[in-house]
Each structure stands twice: as structure tokens, then as C-alpha cells.
Design a protein around this ligand. Sequence first.
Ligand SMILES: NC(=O)c1ccc[n+]([C@@H]2O[C@H](COP(=O)([O-])OP(=O)(O)OC[C@H]3O[C@@H](n4cnc5c(N)ncnc54)[C@H](O)[C@@H]3O)[C@@H](O)[C@H]2O)c1
Length: 247
Amino acid sequence: MDFNTEVALVTGAGRGIGLAVAEKLGNLGAAVVLADQDLTGAEAGALAIEGAGGRATALAMDVRRAEDWQEVVAEAVRRYGPLSVLVNNAGFDRPGGVAKLDRCDFEAVLEVHLTSCLLGMQTVLPVFAQAGQGAIVNVSSVYAKIGGQGEAAYSAAKAGMVGLTKSAAREMARQGVRVNCVLPGLTNTPAIRAMMSEKIKAKLLAETPLRRMAQPGEIANVIAFLASSEASFVTGAAWEVSGGWNM
Ligand SMILES: NC(=O)c1ccc[n+]([C@@H]2O[C@H](COP(=O)([O-])OP(=O)(O)OC[C@H]3O[C@@H](n4cnc5c(N)ncnc54)[C@H](O)[C@@H]3O)[C@@H](O)[C@H]2O)c1
């Protein structure tokens, strides 16, 4: 995979899967913008990429804000030229089951995962359309397909991202833009380490044929492939990267 002529924007790139994606694309030659609401991790990531000989910039961004999308995309283009890859990865969780889920929590989760994904695609489309090419990878979850007990908002948001991905793939194909999503299984990131009990982790791993969590780099590898010209005939795909969970 060769990203030497590519300019990539990765959201939620301050840690976890987003940071691994930024590092992967940077190491493959892309100029990378690491966008996150928490700039500390994104700045460290950008320095690491530059230290390895790559090109990277950290920018503060709240993916819920349309103005932030406009500013970050404009800044990426100003620094590196036409943006060609977008990875919609930023995310968070407010657990809760259907019966008692608070409406505000439900809408907050939808806003970060689903509405922000729409905003991102709407912002980059004119840039991609003008260049006649571009690749978008949206980070969904296996829960999009199987649901999660006590994870109603998150599962709904992630399922919504799959529908949004497929609609965008159909609509944007004529402009030379490919849109795909990945559905990770349990992945060893700060979010999971902070919020998931050992008991629940053990239960989920028992349902995972490979019997372990993914490392963030294993998710990043698939995202990089889908964003690369090696995947030039792949669009509208929802690719599970789950160790066999949900076969
Ligand atoms: N870790 C897993 O097991 C797993 C499994 C399936 C899907 N996912 C998805 O992968 C993505 C990354 O997950 P992770 O585990 O690396 O999470 P993480 O919490 O470790 O990292 C998420 C990053 O997103 C940033 N972020 C959150 N809200 C933001 C906002 N409004 N604007 C800008 N940045 C924001 C955070 O600051 C953080 O740096 C998420 O979309 C998550 O739902 C993760």
C-alpha cells in the first residue's frame, strides 16, 4: 500500500484505534491530520509520526460541530493539498438498556457516532468530488449487526453508520469516491480498559472464536487497506474485524 500522494484526516486520533490508524497511514507515506477533542494524545501521535520521517499535524476538533469540520478540512488542504482519505473514528459510549435508556444519553451517542459521520462526509465530499477521487472509512462495530445487551444507543448508532455508509457509497460512486465501514470486535484500547469489567470481557471473549481482543493495529491494518488503492473496487462494504465474533 502506498499513501505517498494521499492526505488523510483521522478523527478520534488521540488514542486507541484512531491513533493506530494515523500511525499506520503516516508510516505508509500519507500526510496525516490527527483530529481529536483531546489534543494531548493527538500531538504526541503527530510527533511520533514526524519522528519516524512522516508528515503529521494535530488539530483540536469536536466532531459534533459543523464549524470544526469546515475549519479542520480547510486547514488540512491548506497544509498538505487536497484531502483524499477520511476516517470517521471518534466515539464514546453511554451504556444503557432499551427499557430505561435516557433520551438525552441516546441522542448524545447518536450525535457523536452518526450525526458526526454525516457531517464529516458532507464536508469532504466537495473536496473529493473536485479531485474525482477519495476514500472514506467509517468505524462502526460488530454491535451494529448483533446488538449489545445494555448497549442500545451505541448499537443503534453503529447500525446507523452502516446504513449511512452504504447510502453514501451509492451516491458518491459517480464522483470516484469509495465509502466503506469496518465493524471491530473487542479491541484493546483505553476506552475498553477503562470501562469494561473483567467479567464482561471474559464473557465476550468466550463468544470470540480467536479468544482474544484485537490490538488497535489489527483494526488499523484493515482500515488502511480499505482506504488504499489496493481496495479500488471495494465500496459499500461493512467489513467485520472481530476474531470471528458473529459468524
Ligand atoms: N475498542 C473497541 O473494542 C471497539 C469495538 C468496536 C468499535 N469501536 C469503535 O472504534 C472507535 C475508536 O474506539 P476506541 O476504543 O479507540 O476509543 P477511545 O475512547 O480509546 O478513543 C476515542 C477517541 O475519540 C475522541 N473523541 C470522543 N468524542 C469526540 C468528539 N466529540 N470529537 C472529537 N474527538 C472525540 C476521544 O477523545 C478519544 O481520543 C469508536 O468509534 C468506537 O466506537 C471500538
